[in-house]
Design a protein around this ligand. Structure first.
Ligand code: DC
Length: 226
């Protein structure tokens, strides 16, 4: 059986995982899997039904009515298909970010998504980003990166992103949301965000995108011989 390579990039919200992973995927010709988008799709589905992300019974009752597919367009961009509908745009709100963090704490949700994520890695060379990729989803990943940055730096980046898109944003609110998500994602009992023992930590606080890409490319080259 052909062996596919996998690169796991974990870390807190706003550390730059998706930007870096997309760039690397293009350069290495790997498939980029944004696993946060899958949790966001679950959160969006429950939200449409009016189920609170904290409602254990509600989540368990309705989760079977959800089918999720991951599709890629000709540019390699990932699309999230919820019960046949492309919801890739709808899942990118601050509200859904928070709800995805809460929804992702449920065992039934994590179990449902585990095989979906592993299946992609069985069929392709992947760069997968998330919170538990190196610890739970792909514990045998060839390369594991733990990408992090100071909360204040992450909030500032997010603020600039929103302002550049012409959206209204308030830095203190963004910082509070980031800290809340960090707390939730690191303190849940199942598959919390944490650095895998064999992951290389890259702190991006003082680096620009080019700096991070070249640091990670060097790590990947050493581990994979690419
Ligand atoms: O990466 P993101 O901001 O799109 O992720 C949204 C939420 O989904 C995040 O706060 C926690 C959850 N998540 C998770 O629990 N495990 C993953 N592998 C990816 C995301």
């Amino acid at each position: 059986m052909a062996k596919f390579h996998s690169i796991a990039i974990d870390g807190p919200a706003g550390a730059g995982k998706s930007t870096i992973a997309k760039r690397l995927a293009k350069e290495l010709n790997f498939v980029y899997v944004d696993t946060g988008a899958i949790y966001r799709t679950v959160a969006y589905f429950l939200d449409l039904l009016g189920i609170s992300p904290k409602d254990v019974d509600g989540v368990e009752r309705y989760i079977d009515e959800l089918t999720i597919e991951i599709e890629y367009d000709e540019n390699g961009t990932q699309h999230m298909i919820m019960n046949g509908m492309d919801v890739s745009g709808e899942i990118r709100t601050q509200d859904i970010s928070q709800k995805a963090s809460l929804v992702s704490a449920h065992a039934v949700v994590r179990e449902m998504l585990l095989d979906m994520q592993r299946d992609v890695a069985k069929k392709h060379n992947v760069i997968m980003d998330g919170r538990d990729i190196g610890t739970v989803v792909l514990p045998k990943a060839d390369v594991k990166i733990f990408l992090t940055a100071d909360p204040a730096v992450r909030a500032q980046r997010r603020y600039e992103e929103l302002i550049a898109k012409g959206q209204k944003a308030q830095l203190p609110t963004i910082l509070k949301e980031i800290e809340q998500r960090d707390y939730q994602d690191t303190h849940r009992p199942i598959a919390p965000l944490k650095q895998a023992k064999d992951a290389v930590k890259v702190d991006t606080s003082a680096l620009d995108i080019e700096g991070v890409v070249s640091a990670i490319k060097q790590i990947v080259a050493e581990k994979l011989g690419l």
